[in-house]
Design a protein around this ligand. Structure first.
Ligand SMILES: O=P(O)(O)OC[C@H]1O[C@H](O[C@H]2O[C@H](CO)[C@@H](O)[C@H](O)[C@H]2O)[C@H](O)[C@@H](O)[C@@H]1O
Length: 442
């Protein structure tokens, strides 16, 4: 079946309006051509009409067919000369150690590793026009399913009227750009100022895979809630700067302030320390590999490891984990992550914080979650299952996701957060929308 795509297809906001759940599970994606990048929306073969008519070989990266696997489907739309054919294919998500079968496909860990961190979307000057055209068409088809949170901003705030917005933000790739050196993933001062102001209006939390103290060092805002180690290490002020009293176990922080504190995997700490030092030792010989101790999670970075060494690296990690059946191996953006196999994730952490803020089962709250990685999908899923929720994926390429809306990159996240601040500052009743990036008041 041939579906067609046009860049200006109308935004479909039904799923957000109805607050329903996207049925598709997060898929493991596999791109067969590197020009389109890994992790893109799949199950589709995408062919540039111009290239096809020009008689170029479909096997040529810029002109050819790109086949990817996904469990999502795209909707038909009008065309501007690029056609997309889509076949829906169920895919597996890696759960434990070792390869896993997916209705006839054997998905290896290397496939999984490849799928997560796509090359960035380059400008038309940096790559062949056909490749650029294909990517643009694929992205705009994907936007039909996951509209931009900026162009949908007025709908979001319309939905938020008379509700309390609570904001949850992932760190890497959401508030800071993805960089090679994890120690240099700095947040800009402008972003910090925006998040600081945001927290004066809405309870705001950072939900990160990093160790909590590390992400705090980057963000440096004491008024926020922090859930480090993928939600397994939660701490924040007993009273939010936007005026909310927070329930939960209280302790004093280093400065003697009352804080809420929750660590559902605390008994795993000695094991995580041990595994971290073993992984440091065993991966030492893999050039470019780097192990990061994230307290209740150990992260093995392979961003700087040559692809031909990935299989060896994952095998080393799997061999270590054979001795630790209580730990799970997952993957994110050029990282393998070792985590306690407890039923806790970013979604559970969001739920915990919402309950602590007094919003258990409340229809008066609109949680907004913005994240870029696979682990954020657990939070998207939670929000989609709630009465109201606004889930936003940060991605500049099509990706299989449960998020309803999307933003391309951290600069768009900042713009979105800034708009929320202005909407609240000026008063929802005075707000008369955004046009061409300018705000209007009644
Ligand atoms: O949940 P997050 O806050 O997004 O944390 C997930 C991982 O983020 C970091 O790694 C990612 O960002 C690095 C810096 O840009 C990049 O080099 C790496 O490839 C990305 O995966 C962090 O270093 C990890 O520990 C987190 O687990």
């Amino acid at each position: 079946m041939i579906y067609k795509c046009e860049p200006d297809c109308p935004i479909n906001f039904n799923r957000f309006d109805q607050g329903n759940i996207e049925s598709a599970e997060v898929g493991l994606l596999r791109a067969s051509l590197s020009t389109l990048g890994e992790g893109m929306v799949g199950g589709m073969s995408l062919r540039s009409k111009r290239a096809t008519l020009g008689g170029e070989s479909p096997a040529t990266p810029c002109a050819g067919t790109v086949s990817l696997l996904t469990n999502s489907s795209l909707k038909p739309a009008a065309t501007n000369g690029t056609s997309i054919s889509i076949k829906s294919t169920a895919v597996a998500v890696p759960k434990k150690h070792g390869p896993y079968a997916d209705k006839g496909h054997l998905i290896t860990w290397v496939d999984a590793m490849r799928s997560q961190s796509p090359p960035r979307f380059r400008s038309p000057h940096e790559e062949a026009p056909e490749a650029f055209e294909i990517k643009t068409a694929a992205y705009s088809a994907w936007l039909d399913k996951h509209p931009s949170a900026l162009s949908s901003f007025d709908k979001v705030v319309k939905h938020a009227k008379s509700k309390q917005i609570v904001v949850f933000l992932d760190y890497d790739g959401t508030l800071s750009p993805i960089v090679d050196n994890p120690d240099r993933a700095l947040m800009s001062d402008e972003m910090r100022a925006t998040v600081k102001e945001l927290a004066t209006y809405f309870p705001t939390a950072i939900i990160s895979g990093r160790a909590r103290p590390k992400v705090y060092d980057f963000v440096q805002l004491s008024e926020l809630y922090y859930a480090g180690s993928h939600g397994m290490d939660i701490m924040g002020p007993a009273k939010s700067s936007s005026g909310f009293k927070v329930n939960g176990t209280r302790v004093k922080d280093k400065k003697g302030n009352d804080v809420v504190f929750f660590q559902p995997a605390s008994e795993y700490l000695p094991m995580m320390d041990k595994v971290c030092s073993i992984l440091n030792e065993t991966t030492r010989t893999v050039k470019g590999a780097r192990v990061e101790h994230n307290k209740y999670c150990v992260t093995v970075h392979f961003r700087l490891v040559k692809e031909e060494l990935w299989e060896g690296l994952v095998t080393k990690v799997q061999n270590v984990l054979k001795e630790y059946p209580m730990l799970n191996l997952t993957h994110g953006r050029k990282v393998l992550e070792v985590r306690p196999s407890i039923a806790w994730d970013k979604g559970k952490a969001v739920n915990y914080l919402l309950n602590s803020l007094g919003f258990a089962d409340s229809s008066d709250v609109l949680p907004v979650y913005i994240g870029d990685d696979r682990t954020d999908e657990d939070a998207f899923k939670l929000l989609n299952g709630m009465k109201h929720g606004c889930s936003i994926l940060v991605s500049s390429i099509p990706k299989s996701t449960k998020a309803t809306l999307s933003l391309r990159e951290p600069s768009e996240v900042m713009e979105f957060l800034g708009r929320l601040v202005n909407w609240k500052k000026w008063g929802p009743e005075k707000w008369n929308g955004v046009q061409n990036g300018r705000y209007f008041m009644n």
